[in-house]
Design a protein around this ligand. Structure first.
Ligand code: UDP
Ligand code: MG
Length: 352
């Protein structure tokens, strides 16, 4: 596309511009016009990618090799999530070589969860869709196993890790603590442990998932929320093949917050109970004060304890306000009703 940022596509496209809900694409340039395949593929593989130029060619080769002989027509939807390196060029190159490659270029970096949603929105697979990371931590060779599990009648076949090779003990420990916490608070919706986004979903499960349009997308939670018969397929998680992880502990912390706040309002209840406990404590303290004053007189003392109590209560109140703020901020973001993402261009593969 010859849009170097000056002219918005809408202004350029004139009467041919067709805004389709969240998709802003000009179809006037014949080079950009989606060549709609006569028969859509049975299976879509959705791959979000951010700065993955090093690993993508290798990924595609392994994916194509793994999918030979599965007995399904397929497409792979590469979502370029506003990469700063040559990821888009690599994707265009792959598409030139392989007609099964569909390409979705987002207008900027939106983050993995949204890039994934964008890819799922554009998946044409009529039977099923597979979600997989580009960095080869999820081995494409597991996909035939997922397909086999799905063929046995489950709507969802999720890949469950045996090991987390190449990750630090701290990451493993924090991840396991997070899963345990989520397990306890998520109630009716159960998150399977040691499971990432790598999974296969039937078309009806995908359609159900796509109905959930919230801005704060904790995908693991959304996957679990839709329900449907699901089965685990064990695999060994590999270390990243190339490039670096986009995660750090601050992101991980925010991710956990996202998970908790999008799943449960339990933290809001904590405020009620802390308030209750403090009030009971204060009553007991008062009773003890009255008792002491009546029987032993009242030597003026207690400034340190007064200060301690004031500071403690101030801290607790600030914390509770913060928790309410977390929820309020999310309500604020949801009420704006913005589209989840904007598409710079969508180039579907012309044949499955
Ligand atoms: N990713 C993305 N947008 C982002 C960050 C990551 O699309 O803003 C993609 C990334 O290219 C990879 C997948 O999401 O395919 C998982 O990212 P990463 O490997 O950094 O996460 P980790 O495996 O450490 O959880
Ligand atoms: Mg990774």
């Amino acid at each position: 596309m010859q849009n170097h940022g000056q002219t918005p596509p809408a202004a350029r496209a004139g009467p041919c511009f067709r805004p389709i809900s969240v998709v802003i694409t000009s179809f006037c340039n014949p080079l950009e016009a989606p060549l709609l395949s006569q028969d859509p593929p049975a299976l879509s593989i959705v791959v979000p990618a951010y700065n993955e130029e090093e690993v993508l060619p290798q990924f595609h080769a392994r994916l194509a090799a793994a999918l030979t002989g599965i007995g399904l027509t397929w497409e792979v939807v590469y979502v370029n999530d506003g990469s700063k390196d040559g990821t888009l060029a690599v994707m265009l190159g792959l598409q030139a070589q392989d007609q099964r490659v569909s390409l979705l270029n987002l207008s900027r970096n939106f983050g993995k969860e949204i890039a994934l949603t964008a890819g799922l929105d554009h998946a044409r697979g009529t039977e099923a869709v597979v979600v997989i990371d580009a960095d080869l931590q999820d081995p494409p060779e597991v996909i035939p196993d997922l397909i086999a599990a799905w063929r046995q009648g489950s709507d969802i076949a999720y890949a469950q890790r045996n090991t987390r090779a190449g990750e630090t003990w701290l990451k493993k420990a924090t991840a396991s603590a997070f899963y345990r916490l989520m397990q306890r608070i998520s109630g009716k919706v159960q998150l399977p442990p040691d499971t990432g986004d790598f999974r296969l979903m039937s078309r009806r499960a995908l359609d159900a998932l796509l109905k959930l349009r919230e801005q704060h997308r904790f995908m693991k939670g959304l996957f679990a929320w839709i329900g449907f018969p699901a089965i685990a397929v064990r695999y060994d998680r590999a270390p990243r093949a190339a490039g670096t992880t986009k995660w750090n502990y601050w992101k991980l912390w925010n991710f956990s917050l996202e998970g908790i706040t999008s799943f449960t309002v339990a933290p809001l209840k904590i405020a009620t109970y802390i308030g209750l406990i403090t009030a009971i404590g204060a009553l007991l303290y008062l009773a003890q004060l009255i008792f002491r004053t009546i029987f032993f007189g009242n030597p003026v003392a207690g400034y340190p304890s007064l200060l301690a109590v004031t500071l403690f209560l101030g801290g607790v109140q600030m914390m509770m306000l913060g928790i309410i703020g977390e929820y309020l901020g999310r309500i604020f973001n949801e009420t704006k009703g913005r589209p989840l993402y904007l598409v710079e261009r969508y180039l579907p593969g012309d044949k499955a």
